[in-house]
Design a protein around this ligand. Structure first.
Ligand code: C5P
Length: 232
């Protein structure tokens, strides 16, 4: 599985998104479509970006009863995206239902990635509000192992957790890691960040990069800088 840089298309609508992508001309970066853009434009924006030749991570973080998740995934598998995600907290039964819904008649399916604990949740809130009496690392590793046992392909996690997850789940279990910043760059609302170079050393398979590329003076140059540092 090759390493890649995924650009988070965190834009409010189609026009701004296509304007951003047009700067890349014949380059076709792997992109992430999240709730903001999907809820504004619907499945049509996914089809349009796919037709333009991009690989797509559809970041909708499903979390519901297994039957509902299975049916939602059966709708999403028709969009021909490359990666989708769900919350590991939905339990192994929900992960298995997602896989069933996601698998097309010919046996193909997008990669299924599980969110362990959101990077906006810290250990104190997890323990006090969610009543999970363990450390963040223990919880993240446990959720990763549950996801793997149920058949998921990998997890979304902080790059700083990627090494421990690879050690626990093996090198083929994918780590998709947001929270990447250039050295000296603005952290924004991310707490646990690292550079593309360090994310590579720590064993991330995919880095998800938003503002360091989308808000750069020259986004194409920032993307290429990420690629050079992370993929080589
Ligand atoms: O702009 P920035 O590089 O912080 O964007 C990171 C992207 O990754 C955003 O789209 C954010 O929603 C997403 N993400 C995250 N942390 C997670 C899961 C997804 O930052 N745990």
């Amino acid at each position: 599985m090759g390493k890649d840089v995924i650009i988070a298309l965190d834009f409010p609508g189609r026009e701004r998104t296509l304007e951003f992508l047009s700067a890349f001309q014949d380059k076709k970066p792997y992109v992430k479509i999240g709730m903001e853009l999907f809820y504004a434009e619907g499945p049509a924006i996914v089809r349009e970006i796919k037709t333009r030749g991009h690989k797509i991570f559809l970041d909708l973080k499903l979390h519901d009863i297994p039957n509902t998740v299975q049916k939602a995934m059966a709708s999403l598998n028709k969009l021909d995206v490359d990666m989708v995600n769900i919350h590991a907290a939905g339990t192994q039964e929900m992960v298995r239902a997602a896989l069933q819904g996601l698998t097309r008649e010919d046996g193909s399916r997008p990669l299924l990635i599980c969110v362990t604990q959101l990077t906006s949740t810290n250990q104190e809130r997890m323990q006090q509000e969610l009543l999970i009496p363990h450390t963040m690392e223990e919880t993240v590793l446990h959720y990763a192992k549950n996801s793997q046992a149920a058949g998921a392909d990998g997890v979304v996690c902080s790059p700083l957790e990627a090494g421990a997850i690879k050690a626990a789940c093996g090198p083929d279990f994918l780590t998709v890691t947001p929270g990447v910043r250039f050295a000296g760059g603005d952290k924004g609302d991310q707490a646990r960040v690292t550079t593309p170079e360090r994310a590579k050393e720590l064993g991330s398979d995919y880095i998800v990069v938003g503002r360091p590329i989308t808000a750069a003076a020259d986004p194409v140059d920032a993307y290429e800088q990420c690629l050079r540092a992370f993929v080589g």
